[in-house]
Design a binder for this molecule. Structure first.
Ligand code: SF4
Length: 447
C-alpha cells in the first residue's frame, strides 16, 4: 500500500472485548504507523478513530455505541471507522446513532480497515459486494482467515497471536458464531512467520489466541492440529514463552499435557471455560461436556502439572438457572484446585436460541450470584498464591515499573509479582523467590 499522502496524521484506536479483538487492533495500529501515523490516546483529538467493537453482552454493545458517540463528539471532523462484532451484527443501529457519516467494516473485511479509514466516507465500492457501499461481506460464508500482520504490541512485553477465527459450536447463548462465522485457521507457515517476527521484535512471551483455538487446523488442507502447531512454535522460537488463551475441557488431551510438561517454553497455565456446574444447564447451553468431565479434566491437569494456574470462565444466570443449579456451580468450583475465575452475568443476545427461552433470571439475582462467585475468585487467587510462597519462579518483567519503584511481572504460572531491583531487568525473564502475599500480588526477591 502507498504511504498516505493526505494531511491525516493521528490515529486513535479503542478496543472492546476479547484477545482476538486486541490482536486485530494491534495490527491496525502497526499498519497505520507504517503509513506514517502517530497513535494518540482515544480521549484526545485525532484525525481517524478506529473502534473495534464487541457484541458478546448487551453492556459491550452499549459501550461500543458510547465510543462511537465519544469519537464523533471529540472531533466532529474526524474519519470514524467502526469494525468488530457489534459492527457485524447491528450495522443499522450504528448508522442510527451516528452524528455524522462513518465507515462500517464487517469482521470478514477487517483487512480493509485501513483503506476505509483513508477513504473516509467514500469506500471503494468496486472491491466489495455490498450495495450499501460498506466494507461488509457475508461472514457465514468466509472460508479463509485473513492475516492481519502485527509488527509488535507497542508498550507490552506480551504479544498475542491470532491463529484461528470463528466458531462452529453455536452454544445457545452465544452471538459469536453469527458475528465471526465458521471456524477457520491460519496456515502453520503464516503462524510461524508471525511468531518469529514477534521474537525478532523482542517479545519474550506470546499468547496463542483465537475464538475456538482447540479447533485450530481442522479446516486446513491437509488438516493440522493445535498440538502439532504448538510443537513447531516451541521449537522454532525456543526463547519465547507461550501460553494458550482458552481451551474447551474436551480439547485438553493427555498428549497436550505431556507436551506442556516436556516443553521448557510452554507455560503451566490453562484457561478452561466451565460456564455452569449444573448438567441440566450445560445441556440447555448446548455445551459439549458434563460437569463430571470438567472435574476429571482439571484434576488430570493438576496431577500432571501441579504448579499449573487454571483459570475458569463461568456464566451466571442462564435462563432457568435455579438456586440449586447455581449451588452446584459454586460447590464444583469451591472443591476444585483452580486459580481464578472470570465471571460473567448471562446477557440476552437477540437472535440466539437462549434469548427466547422461558424463565429468564432477574438482573438482581444475576448480580447477587456474580458477587458470590467474584468473592470465591478472590479467595481462590489468594489460596493459589499462598501455595507458592517460598518457591522460585521465572518472572517475565514488564517494562513499566509498579508504584513505589518496584519491578513487576508475571510468573510462568501467572502469579503477579513485584520485587525490588537496582538494575534494569525489564523485558527479561529472571528468577524470583515468592516471599509475601499482598492483596493482589506477591512480593518477591530477585535471585
Ligand atoms: S464455543 Fe460456544 S461460547 Fe465459545 S465462541 Fe463458540 S459458540 Fe460461543
Amino acid at each position: 500500500m502507498k504511504k498516505q499522502s493526505s494531511n491525516l496524521k493521528t490515529l486513535a484506536v479503542a478496543t472492546l472485548g476479547c484477545k482476538v479483538n486486541q490482536c486485530e487492533s494491534a495490527s491496525f495500529q502497526s499498519c497505520f504507523e507504517e503509513q506514517g501515523f502517530t497513535i494518540s490516546p482515544f480521549e484526545e483529538v485525532a484525525d481517524i478513530y478506529v473502534i473495534n467493537t464487541c457484541a458478546v453482552t448487551a453492556k459491550a454493545a452499549a459501550q461500543s455505541r458510547q465510543l462511537i458517540r465519544r469519537a464523533q463528539r471529540t472531533n466532529p471532523e474526524a474519519k470514524v471507522v467502526v469494525t468488530g462484532c457489534y459492527a457485524q451484527i447491528e450495522p443499522q443501529k450504528i448508522r442510527e446513532i451516528a452524528a455524522a457519516p462513518l465507515s462500517i467494516v464487517g469482521n470478514a473485511n477487517k483487512h480493509q480497515v485501513i483503506e476505509a479509514a483513508l477513504a473516509g466516507n467514500e469506500p471503494d465500492c468496486s472491491s466489495i459486494h455490498n450495495p450499501s457501499g460498506e466494507y461488509f461481506n457475508d461472514i457465514a460464508v468466509q472460508q479463509e482467515m485473513s492475516l492481519l500482520p502485527v509488527k509488535r504490541f507497542a508498550g507490552r512485553t506480551r504479544a498475542f497471536l491470532k491463529v484461528q477465527d470463528g466458531c462452529d459450536n453455536f452454544c445457545s447463548y452465544c452471538i459469536v458464531p453469527y458475528a465471526r462465522g465458521r471456524s477457520r485457521s491460519l496456515s502453520q507457515d503464516k503462524v510461524l512467520e508471525q511468531a518469529v517476527r514477534y521474537a525478532e521484535q523482542g517479545h519474550k512471551e506470546t499468547v496463542i489466541t483465537g475464538i475456538h483455538v482447540g479447533h485450530y487446523g481442522l479446516d486446513l488442507k491437509p488438516p493440522g492440529s493445535l498440538l502439532d502447531l504448538l510443537k513447531k512454535l516451541s521449537a522454532a522460537t525456543p526463547n519465547v514463552r507461550y501460553r494458550l488463551s482458552s481451551l474447551e475441557p474436551t480439547e485438553i488431551s493427555r498428549e497436550l499435557l505431556e507436551f506442556m510438561v516436556a516443553a521448557d517454553n510452554f507455560m503451566p497455565h490453562l484457561h478452561i471455560p466451565l460456564q455452569s456446574g449444573s448438567d441440566a444447564i450445560l445441556k440447555k447451553m448446548k455445551r459439549r461436556y458434563l460437569a463430571g468431565q470438567f472435574i476429571d479434566k482439571v484434576q488430570r491437569c493438576k496431577e500432571m502439572i501441579p504448579a499449573a494456574a487454571i483459570g475458569v470462565d463461568v456464566l451466571v444466570g442462564f435462563p432457568g438457572e435455579t438456586e440449586e443449579d447455581f449451588l452446584q456451580t459454586y460447590e464444583l468450583l469451591e472443591n476444585l484446585l483452580i486459580t481464578y475465575l472470570h465471571v460473567f452475568p448471562y446477557s440476552k443476545r437477540p437472535g440466539t436460541p437462549a434469548a427466547k427461552m422461558a424463565n429468564q433470571v432477574s438482573t438482581k439475582t444475576k448480580d447477587e450470584r456474580v458477587a458470590v462467585l467474584r468473592k470465591l475468585d478472590h479467595k481462590k487467587r489468594i489460596d493459589f498464591y499462598a501455595s507458592r510462597i517460598g518457591r522460585v519462579h521465572p518472572v517475565l518483567v514488564e517494562t513499566e515499573k509498579a508504584v513505589g519503584g518496584l519491578a513487576k511481572g508475571f510468573t510462568d504460572n501467572y502469579i503477579p509479582v513485584r520485587f525490588k531491583t537496582d538494575t534494569d531487568v525489564s523485558n527479561r525473564v529472571v528468577p524470583v523467590k515468592l516471599e509475601r502475599l499482598q492483596e493482589r500480588f506477591v512480593l518477591g526477591t530477585l535471585l
